[in-house]
Design a protein around this ligand. Structure first.
Ligand code: PHE
Length: 426
């Protein structure tokens, strides 16, 4: 068997992990949820979750992959989890389904990069959105995203994912800074900043807190799949706690900055932040329309969303690619070609009719809590907490103490379980 690839340096992993974490979750869902749940009040449980739980989850998932040198299915098998192979396969399959749906939305962002050139877009943003978000255009762009993702993943870790994600993430940060500077210097920006930064604690209900928690976990890609696979390419000499903390921090920074770009722009032009899913694709265009240089900033904005999305789909596809490489004799190129075909066949009807998505949604929703608690169960309960801590501390500049075990063994699984269960029952 060929030698397993690894990231060429620690920063390579950090870029890739932040690339996976920063996605539509940050640019689309996060502002939408903040808008719907009363602005700043949502930020409090969100930030608490990131700093108390998300980085712990990332340390856990990275180390499951690193110890087992494999993605979820094989990894749980190697760590000794009963039925681990099959439970892990559920996690792999789930991400494949998420990808089939997610590709449509990334497709819209790609389509929207060119939208400012089209008069119809400016004339009636809502009508334009309906024409882009359904029908053949939506299906076509979803397939384009899947193929583009395949072209990157085909070249493996060092030649494909690492360089592609690095350049896209650098561009993403640059664009985000430009947009934030433009937004906060708009006349009237203060309204948006007030909404975003001054919490009204009467809005902070348990429902809002659990929604914020689930969003934080999703945003950090914590679902027992992508981060386990990325972790399996980390060398023993690299520092996983620092990588995990940097990833959680980087992801949150992008989400927070996205809010600094979106809310001042929206409120400066009298657009309600409570627009839900249409905030990005319908409401913001109304604001760009009134802004000097609006075309330019709209284009930049959708390039940002597209890069965020594509670096996430890369991590989603790598999960099933790695699984095929584990269990078959296929080459990476063959595995990617097969998966691109299968995922496109799933994505087309989802984009066209949403039918399959209704079934897939149940599967994605109901398997969520299970796949999310598998990494801490496999690592701390089955493999063993003390052995796990020794492995985690391999390469770590600041060693984690015994307290971390309690956090990983009890607090983290309870937190992630509560949030994902609420998603089903709430
Ligand atoms: N974290 C990504 C986002 O915020 C989504 C994602 C989830 C990516 C799970 C990979 C795995 O959009």
């Amino acid at each position: 068997m060929a030698v397993r690839e690894s990231w060429s340096w620690e920063i390579g992993l950090i870029f890739a992990a932040i690339g996976s974490a920063v996605g539509l979750g940050n640019i689309w869902l996060f502002p939408m949820l903040v808008g719907e749940h009363g602005g700043a009040a949502f930020l409090v449980p969100y930030l608490l979750t990131v700093y108390a739980l998300c980085w712990v989850g990332l340390v856990t998932e990275f180390n499951v992959g690193r110890i087992a040198q494999a993605g979820p299915s094989r990894a749980y098998e190697r760590l000794g989890l009963p039925l681990g192979k099959y439970l892990g396969a559920i996690a792999v399959f789930r991400v494949l389904m998420v990808f089939a749906w997610y590709s449509s939305v990334v497709g819209w962002t790609l389509r929207y990069i060119f939208a400012p050139l089209d008069a119809a877009f400016w004339k009636d943003p809502a009508a334009y959105f309906s024409s882009v978000a359904s029908g053949w255009q939506s299906a076509l762009f979803a397939v384009i995203i899947i193929v583009l993702t395949g072209l990157i993943v085909m070249f493996g870790i060092r030649k494909g994912i690492e360089p592609a994600v690095k350049y896209m993430m650098i561009a993403l940060f640059g664009i985000l800074i430009i947009l934030v500077l433009r937004a906060v210097t708009l006349p009237g920006a203060i309204e948006g900043l007030r909404f975003y930064l001054i919490p009204d604690f009467s809005k902070l209900t348990p429902r809002v807190a659990l929604t914020a928690m689930a969003q934080a976990f999703f945003s950090c890609s914590l679902a027992g799949a992508a981060m386990v696979v990325y972790g399996s390419y980390i060398r023993k000499t690299d520092d996983t706690p620092v990588s995990a903390i940097t990833t959680a921090f980087g992801d949150t920074t992008v989400a927070i900055l996205a809010g600094f770009a979106i809310f001042p722009i929206a409120l400066a032009f009298g657009i309600s932040p409570k627009a839900g899913a249409g905030l990005l694709f319908v409401s913001l265009p109304h604001a760009f329309k009134q802004m000097i240089g609006g075309s330019f900033f709209a284009t930049l904005f959708f390039i940002l969303a597209f890069f965020a999305g594509l670096t996430s789909t890369v991590s989603m596809l790598e999960v099933s690619t790695e699984a095929l490489l584990q269990y078959t004799n296929m080459s990476r190129k063959q595995a990617v070609a097969l998966l691109v075909t299968i995922i496109s066949l799933l994505a087309i009807p989802i984009a066209l009719y949403g039918v399959i998505w209704n079934y897939a949604r149940y599967f994605v929703l109901y398997s969520g809590p299970l796949v999310a608690i598998l990494p801490p169960i496999a690592l701390y309960w089955v493999y063993g907490a003390d052995r796990a801590l020794a492995e985690i501390n391999n390469g770590a500049a600041i060693k984690l103490g015994k307290w971390f075990i309690y956090w990983g063994k009890y607090v983290y699984p309870v937190g992630i379980l509560a949030a994902y269960l609420y998603n089903i029952l709430g």
